[in-house]
Ligand binder design. Structure first.
Ligand code: NAD
Length: 478
């Protein structure tokens, strides 16, 4: 056992109790560390501390907030290799992907350091003579942050950084299986100079610690990223309580490949989008919708490309796909592979666990030839499993792409300007990619979806101001 990760409440490190292992999904015999979980009373202390810190922090100088966020961003960037290594060991994505995520988290802190100095406002002429109207933005208050495990540095960064930049205080609950990354963020924020109570970290299960956070009467707003069922349950609670809420949830993202596409490029987009990060991305291309004329060739090229991918220890050079993040997620993946077979989808590649030098949750990249009605083509699996679906032509492909409850990201590979332009306009998704993988976005522009994938204002970029501030309209007569 190497490290013990603690919670952080009101400027103090809190050990918690009932310690749990922080598993290494690539090597179950060598956990990353352990962590203690909090009880409901300790979660309440964290929210109370955030509430007590709010008046001073909400009126703090934007320069102070900018400096703190900038220091945090600089430290993350300077330590991106080390933080990436922790991420790779804890969550299982490959080291280059993990270092890339750490760098992105650092850039996000730096972006919002700048935004703290650019909080927008407006001054308008009133309809009444002699009256001025000012529209200003104020912090929304105490913000609860509930995050998933699949981007354990970047997602917390894109919630914590804007929350603090706009003068809110925070209680952050990460997913159970990534306490180390969450601890690292808290450790860096403490060193960056965040005052006691402004940022709090509460470790533990969703059912207990998450529920205690959402149920605390002093919370003003809740930002959640995770699965649709959890998000829907939290939405009901938030509605009863009148909480401001922002939710990013699941996806079943289509990548359309038209007959006029550059097929080499399309295969790379599909492999990256469907299988990198072990397919555990909300923006993963889990539906590959291919025009009939190139379907067989595309399928053959995919099989050949998948055969060249290496599954294994994410820390090892040359590994393309790390382990599935947890035993529970592996069970889900394997159960969907079984469902695919039972429903008559044709297994084109993978479908089985991979033996490696260490005991871990390794799974082969898996490709099915599926029909649109198959469950593997409709439900989010959140693993390295993709469904290849045949389309008659562009119009059919677009209809298939939109035939889903989700609406996070949609991609198309085509050399036709007409089809690319039409797709950008008519894809029912919050984000559209042309000749790019559906996963992989810039940190300075809005991120989010439609339909069951998202609820509330967008995250990231300047649009983050919508969730993390509330608008005030002030009238002044001379
Ligand atoms: P999850 O819904 O199981 O858990 C998400 C978080 O909610 C965790 O921190 C968990 O502990 C907490 N939680 C669970 N039950 C709770 C409760 N009753 N009260 C309060 N908190 C509770 O999701 P996950 O397995 O961690 O993440 C995978 C999901 O996240 C996938 O569906 C994926 O698509 C989605 N995701 C979406 C985006 C996006 O931006 N749209 C990004 C990443 C992941």
């Amino acid at each position: 056992m190497t490290r013990q990760f603690k919670s952080y409440i009101d400027g103090q490190w809190v050990a918690g109790s009932d310690g749990a292992d922080d598993e290494n999904p690539a090597d179950l015999a060598a956990p990353v560390g352990s962590y203690g979980v909090l009880d409901a009373a300790q979660v309440a202390q964290a929210v109370d501390a955030a509430a007590a810190a709010l008046p001073a922090w909400s009126l703090s100088s934007p320069q102070q907030r900018a400096d703190i966020l900038d220091r945090a961003g600089s430290e993350i960037l300077a330590r991106k290799e080390e933080l990436g290594r922790l991420l790779a060991m804890e969550e299982g994505k490959t080291l280059p992907e993990s270092i890339g995520e750490a760098a992105r988290a650092g850039q996000i802190f730096k972006f919002f350091a700048g935004e703290a100095l650019r909080i927008p406002g407006e001054k308008l002429a009133s309809t009444r003579p002699g009256v001025d109207v000012e529209i200003t933005r104020e912090p929304v208050g105490v913000v609860g942050i509930i995050a998933p495990w699949n981007f354990p540095l970047a997602i917390p960064a894109w919630k914590i950084a804007p929350a603090l930049a706009y003068g809110n205080t925070v209680v952050f609950k990460p997913a159970e299986i990534v306490p180390g990354c969450a601890w690292a963020i808290a450790d860096i924020l403490e060193r960056a100079g965040v005052p006691a109570g402004v940022f709090n970290l509460v470790l533990g299960a969703g059912r207990t610690v998450g529920a205690a956070l959402v149920g605390h009467g002093r919370l003003d707003a809740l930002t959640f990223t995770g699965s649709v069922p959890t998000g829907r349950a939290l939405l009901r609670q938030a509605a009863e309580r009148g909480l401001k809420i922002q939710m990013e949830m699941g996806g079943k993202n289509p990548l359309v490949v038209l007959a006029d596409a550059d097929l080499d490029q399309a295969v790379e987009c599909a492999v990256n989008g469907a299988y990198f990060s072990t397919g555990q991305r909300c923006t993963a291309s889990s539906r590959l919708i291919v025009e009939n004329a190139v379907y067989d060739e595309f399928a053959a090229r995919m099989q050949a490309r998948l055969a060249k991918l290496t599954v294994g220890d994410p820390l090892q050079a040359g590994v393309d796909i790390g382990p599935v993040a947890s035993a529970a997620q592996l069970d889900t993946d394997l159960s969907y592979i079984g469902i695919g077979r039972d429903e008559g989808a044709e297994l084109l590649f993978g479908g089985e666990r991979v033996e490696c030098a260490t005991q871990g949750h390794f799974l082969a990249p898996t490709l099915f030839a599926a029909r649109p009605e198959h469950r593997i083509a409709r439900e989010e699996i959140f693993g390295p499993v993709a469904a290849l679906i045949r389309a008659d032509d562009y119009e059919h492909a677009l209809a298939l792409a939109n035939d889903t409850e989700f609406g996070l990201c949609a991609g198309i590979c085509t050399t036709s300007l007409r089809h690319a332009t039409h797709f950008k306009r008519h894809a029912q998704a919050g984000m559209v990619m042309v000749n790019l993988p559906t996963a992989g976005v810039d940190p300075h522009v809005p991120f989010g979806g439609r339909k069951a994938s998202s609820y509330g204002p967008r995250e990231q970029g300047r649009h983050a101001v919508e969730f993390y501030t509330t608008v005030k309209t002030a009238y002044t007569a001379a």
